[in-house]
Design a protein around this ligand. Structure first.
Ligand SMILES: Nc1ncnc2c1ncn2[C@@H]1O[C@H](COP(=O)(O)OP(=O)(O)O)[C@@H](O)[C@H]1O
Ligand SMILES: [Mg+2]
Length: 140
């Protein structure tokens, strides 16, 4: 895969969350035919999942790749990985939570991030870390 179509961003503090948002925003604009709404969906999931890395694992990274289907449609794959505590019960973690005024981020969490994806996968082992794959394809 062309180096220009991959972006890797380390997440270790609050500033990295915003930095990743700005970098992925430009990455999407340069590589994909996404509407403003589609771009916002990707950036919303990005904010949630990078915030979870910072909040629960302390540090980790996000790797963005441009994918292409045989029919020419492109998509973005975001892989969020950390070596934190892991998610012991993934089904429980994916249950939508009521909105709280004390939440950080947009508050859509894992469940909302999954809804914004075309393909979504969580791999996690307690004590070993978490890998979340989020994919969204061009519609037009
Ligand atoms: N990267 C992660 N490492 C460990 N646990 C996580 C991670 N991301 C999410 N979790 C767990 O999954 C739960 C649900 O996450 P989320 O839906 O983002 O809600 P919130 O962060 O508001 O609790 C969290 O409360 C946390 O226990
Ligand atoms: Mg969260």
């Amino acid at each position: 895969m062309d180096a220009a179509e991959r972006l890797e961003i380390k997440i270790a503090n609050e500033a990295d969350i915003l930095k990743s948002r700005n970098k992925i925003r430009v990455f999407i604009m340069n590589n994909l035919h996404f509407s403003l709404l589609e771009r916002m969906h990707a950036l919303t999931a990005l904010s949630e999942l990078t915030r979870n890395i910072f909040k629960y694992a302390g540090e980790g990274k996000v790797v963005a790749d441009i994918l292409q289907k045989p029919n020419g449609k492109k998509g973005i794959q975001l892989v969020f990985s950390d070596s934190g505590p892991g998610i012991p019960d993934i089904d429980e973690a994916l249950k939508p939570k009521p909105i709280s005024k004390y939440q950080t981020g947009m508050g859509i969490g894992l469940s909302g991030s999954k809804k914004l994806a075309d393909e979504f996968d969580i791999e996690s082992a307690e004590g070993k870390g978490t890998i979340i794959t989020w994919i969204r394809w061009e519609r037009h």
